[in-house]
Design a protein around this ligand. Structure first.
Ligand SMILES: Cc1cc2nc3c(=O)[nH]c(=O)nc-3n(C[C@H](O)[C@H](O)[C@H](O)COP(=O)(O)OP(=O)(O)OC[C@H]3O[C@@H](n4cnc5c(N)ncnc54)[C@H](O)[C@@H]3O)c2cc1C
Length: 403
């Protein structure tokens, strides 16, 4: 193998390139990204960048010299537009093609946009989005955040940190309902209210009103909220349109790239990683697609190494899913799955004190751990999720930590 193309210059793309070099690949690696920047980290966009402490330079994932040492052909401001596996070619938007022996698909996901053309309505996915929202923060008093998932919640917290009046809306009855069981998720609702956010749950958005700029958000309960700025956190959609017709199988459900347990797509020599890749995870049953920073790096590493090695020596990708969020100076960390579960038990601290570790169980085994302001304790339990751990054994382990 002499020519590898990495499509997408984000977290997964950079890690794939690094792992290829780390594994000894000395052929040409072409990293293609449609943004203007060297690979950067998205988590600070909704945190430090919005509160004024982050810049285009501080969010970069690597120093210039570290990227240079990888000896990559980097094509920024360039979009991959198609894939022709039979010719071993990736088509670029400038009309040229890149030949490849191996391809890593890492074009990530984009923010779902609300249905309006009005000025003053933003999403938050890339650096340009974050800079635009940050700039808008300086000239408005009132912001409405639509969607109380992690990004919406962080935008609300950042807007409060810079002194704006914030309304946070979600059609669900609690924030973060997709990711966190409401029995502990409720504490996150209180966190917003205590910090002065007008949190409205169980209401959908009917329409955005205004002449040219947004002036108010009309809600499904018949009320309206005045808005000078709207930030929508409505989830993300995989960037996979360029793969249409290539033979790379896409999920009918959400357009993610369907991979096997080794991150291989349905087309030989084409692997995928990061926000767009879905794969079967033996410990959780069914297929998984994670939009988490740590996953993008870990999955890219496995995809890159598997691309280089023969069938017999390929590794399965069986991570402990992990993500974190920072809101109002508090760190929330989730290992495994904390989505609505059969059993939830707070094993350290208390929800009332907003400092705790909770275990989540299903079918008699531990499936997830959530920690609030409890980083070392939370991370210490990670090994319990790396193997099958029964619910009783997990509780015993937590009990022994208290002694
Ligand atoms: C505001 C924000 C805050 C976040 N905070 C957290 C957090 O606190 N904790 C956490 O765990 N996760 C967080 N995440 C999620 C995390 O950042 C993502 O999971 C991670 O960035 C995924 O990496 P990726 O490389 O798969 O995709 P991306 O980071 O999306 O990178 C893909 C790259 O490919 C480019 N691209 C797309 N289409 C094409 C094309 N056709 N041709 C060329 N290039 C293309 C994209 O522009 C992008 O540069 C956050 C995400 C956002 C947006």
């Amino acid at each position: 193998m002499r020519e590898i193309v990495v499509a997408g210059a984000g977290m997964a793309g950079l890690h794939a390139a690094e792992s290829l070099r780390d594994a000894g690949f000395d052929g040409r690696i072409t990293l293609v990204g449609d943004e203007h920047h060297q690979p950067y980290s998205r988590p600070p966009l909704s945190k430090e960048v919005l509160t004024g402490g982050g810049s285009a330079k501080s969010v970069l994932l690597r120093e210039e010299s570290e990227v240079a040492a990888l000896d990559l052909e980097t094509r920024l401001d360039t979009r991959v537009a198609g894939l022709r596996p039979r010719e071993g070619a990736v088509l670029l938007d400038d009309g040229t093609t890149l030949g490849y022996d191996g391809l890593i698909v890492a074009t990530g996901a984009r923010a779902r946009r609300p249905d309006t053309e009005l000025a003053g309505v933003h999403v938050l996915r890339n650096l340009a989005d974050a800079q635009a929202v940050r700039e808008a923060f300086d000239s408005v008093q009132r912001v409405v955040v639509v969607g109380a998932g992690f990004i919406g919640a962080e935008v609300a917290a950042s807007a409060r940190a810079v002194g704006l009046e914030v309304t946070l809306l979600d059609a669900a009855p609690a924030p973060l309902t997709r990711a966190v069981d409401p029995r502990v998720g409720g504490v996150l609702a209180e966190l917003h209210r205590d910090n002065g956010v007008d949190l409205r749950l169980g209401v959908g958005v009917e329409a955005f009103d205004g002449a040219e700029r947004v002036e108010r958000v009309r809600l499904s309960d018949g009320t309206a909220v005045p808005a000078q700025l709207v930030v929508a956190g409505l989830g993300a959609e995989p960037n996979t349109a360029w793969l249409a017709g290539s033979g790379v199988r896409l999920s009918a459900h959400d357009g993610g790239v369907v991979c096997d347990a080794r991150c291989a797509t349905s087309v030989p020599g084409v692997y995928a990683a990061g926000d767009l890749a879905e794969w079967p995870h033996p410990r959780y049953g069914g297929r998984m697609r994670l939009e988490h920073w740590t996953n993008a790096g870990e999955q890219a590493d496995v995809a890159a190494r598997n691309l280089l090695t023969g069938e017999g020596t390929q590794r399965e990708y069986t991570p402990v899913p992990y993500f974190w969020s920072d809101q109002y100076g508090m760190k929330i960390q989730v290992l495994g799955q904390a989505a609505p579960a059969d059993t939830v038990e707070v094993v350290h601290g208390s929800v009332e004190k907003r400092k705790f570790v909770a275990f989540f169980g299903r079918a008699g085994r531990l499936v997830g751990i959530l920690g609030l302001r409890s980083t070392p304790r939370t991370m210490r339990y990670r090994p319990l999720l790396e193997r099958e751990t029964s619910w009783d054994e997990a509780l015993r382990e937590a009990g022994s930590q208290d002694q």
